[in-house]
Design a protein around this ligand. Structure first.
Ligand code: HEM
Length: 455
């Protein structure tokens, strides 16, 4: 008896077949080529989804990998973290972030670290953070934007995000510019091949990582001494981590590795989200007019020099719709790998233990089933509830982005100060986006700026 179409497709998708490219490499070359050109969806995922459906098999970097798309698959694989799958990072990331960072943790130790990190982003944590963030952003604009008529928005937001994570989240004061370059060197190696020969990106990153370690260990020990001498926990993440260290719940290596990981997780993601938000606003003047009205109203109710509050940020509803629509169309992270820790049955498919699973943001963000007319920029679609697990720039389940609230604050507060204080325009409206491995504007998105005051 002939198998039905569905069965034919199913066995084809999951059989290790001859059209999967070379035995070890599989489709890795095609994948990387598409990634570098920021064409992962158009050149890699979409053609295969058209041919095989939302779930298909490929082979990437030596691993049989099942690519999954759609809200049901996202929900299944994300919420079954630790039960059926675990997150799976390349060797270079693990070596550079450290084996003790949250991304390598499972079960109770994951819960413990995550609890400490997210406790700084509770309502009371965020209430205290908003004025600190306003101060960091205004200082940054004062030092890097004032008296300039052109700046690189991407470069500027990278430096700013770095400062915000250290100053506003951890409470580690830094000299502007110091450590930034060293961290950048670590980040450049995070997804490069793990070849530790002099001159390779990975070797440079390893060296930079040990420089950072020295500085951080110094900070941690100073903080520990002060807290053991009676200094109160100040609500910042460094003091919360050191308090847990003193209580014996975590180790010094865990503190170091998680500082490095959080800077990494925050850095290119938030700065890309911010630069693309400005790009979308430049290309959609009607949206910009609405957004500007929202911020002018908030600014008019403030005295000169008065910082924003969490209440003000909550009023930036349309701006958050713009930012979400921007991340739907331009997700900073294209997806993430998992490893099956047991044989998995999903929608009639069997995914054997040890295989990789790759969920992608594009697969649901560009699906008209969830987002009608998916390629058009329409921020107000977020005025209505969105089906769960269809909008996933921050992932979902137990590994949902732990810095989601920080990223949101960073985007909204920066947009506020820029649009109320500057006229701006893109230098290259059609600037291409590259990926290595995260997306970035190829020329750093220069913008022309001039000061403006409220009418
Ligand atoms: C627009 C900005 C950001 C985006 C798009 C983003 C996206 C993501 C995504 C997709 C994940 C899940 C990865 C997976 O499932 O494998 C994730 C995890 C994570 N993110 Fe973010 N992120 C952003 C900003 C931040 C910031 C600012 C921080 C912290 C300072 C942060 C910290 C983390 C951490 C710690 C995890 C791992 C959570 C865990 O394993 O429990 N992220 N992020």
């Amino acid at each position: 008896k002939q198998p039905t179409n569905k069965q034919q497709n199913t066995s084809r998708k999951l059989l290790p077949s001859g059209d999967m490219g070379l035995p070890w490499i599989g489709e890795t070359v095609e994948f990387y080529k598409a990634q570098r050109a920021n064409q992962l969806f158009e050149s890699f995922f979409r053609p295969r989804m058209n041919k095989y459906g939302n779930i298909f098999k490929t082979k990437l970097m030596g691993s049989p990998t099942v690519v999954v798309n759609g809200a049901a698959a996202n929900k299944f694989f994300m919420s079954n973290e630790f039960k059926l799958v675990i997150s799976s990072w390349p060797t270079s990331s693990v070596e550079l972030m450290g084996r003790n960072s949250i991304m390598e943790k499972q079960g109770d130790s994951h819960r413990c670290l995550r609890g400490i990190i997210t406790s700084t982003l509770s309502v009371s944590g965020l209430t205290a953070m908003v004025p600190r963030m306003c101060a960091s952003i205004q200082t940054h604009l004062e030092n890097n934007w004032r008296n300039h008529d052109e700046i690189s928005l991407y470069r500027s937001t990278k430096m700013l995000t770095f400062t915000i994570v250290l100053e506003c989240l951890f409470g580690i004061g830094i000299e502007p510019g110091s450590l930034f370059g060293v961290f950048e060197r670590v980040l450049e190696g995070v997804l490069s091949p793990p070849i530790n020969f002099p001159g390779t990106k990975f070797a440079r990153a390893k060296k930079a990582r040990s420089e950072i370690e020295k500085v951080l260990v110094g900070e941690i020990r100073r903080k520990r001494e002060a807290m053991e001498g009676g200094e109160e926990e100040d609500g910042m993440l460094l003091s919360k981590l050191v308090a847990a260290l003193i209580r014996g719940e975590i180790t010094e290596e865990e503190v170091v590795d998680n500082v490095v990981l959080l800077v990494f997780a925050a850095h290119d993601t938030t700065s890309y989200a911010i630069t693309m938000t400005f790009k979308m606003l430049a290309n959609n003047p009607n949206s910009y007019a609405l957004l500007l009205k929202e911020h002018e109203e908030i600014a008019r109710n403030k005295r000169a020099g008065e910082a924003l509050t969490l209440e003000d940020v909550k009023k930036m509803e349309y701006t958050w719709q713009v930012a979400r629509e921007t991340m739907r169309l331009n997700p900073p992270i294209f997806g993430s790998f998992r490893k099956a820790i047991t044989d998995i049955q999903f929608e009639g498919f069997t995914i054997p233990k040890g295989w990789k699973v790759l969920w992608t943001t594009y697969g649901t963000h560009y699906d008209e089933k969830y987002f009608p007319d998916p390629m058009s920029f329409n921020p107000s679609r977020f005025a209505d509830p969105i089906q769960s697990y269809a909008f996933i720039p921050f992932g979902g389940g137990p590994r949902l982005c732990a810095g989601y609230q920080l990223a949101k604050l960073n985007i909204l507060v920066l947009v506020h100060y820029v649009v109320t204080r500057y006229n701006w325009s893109l230098v290259y409206p059609d600037e291409p986006i590259f990926m290595d491995p995260l997306p970035f504007p190829s020329k750093g998105m220069p913008i022309k700026i001039s000061p403006r005051s409220l009418a």
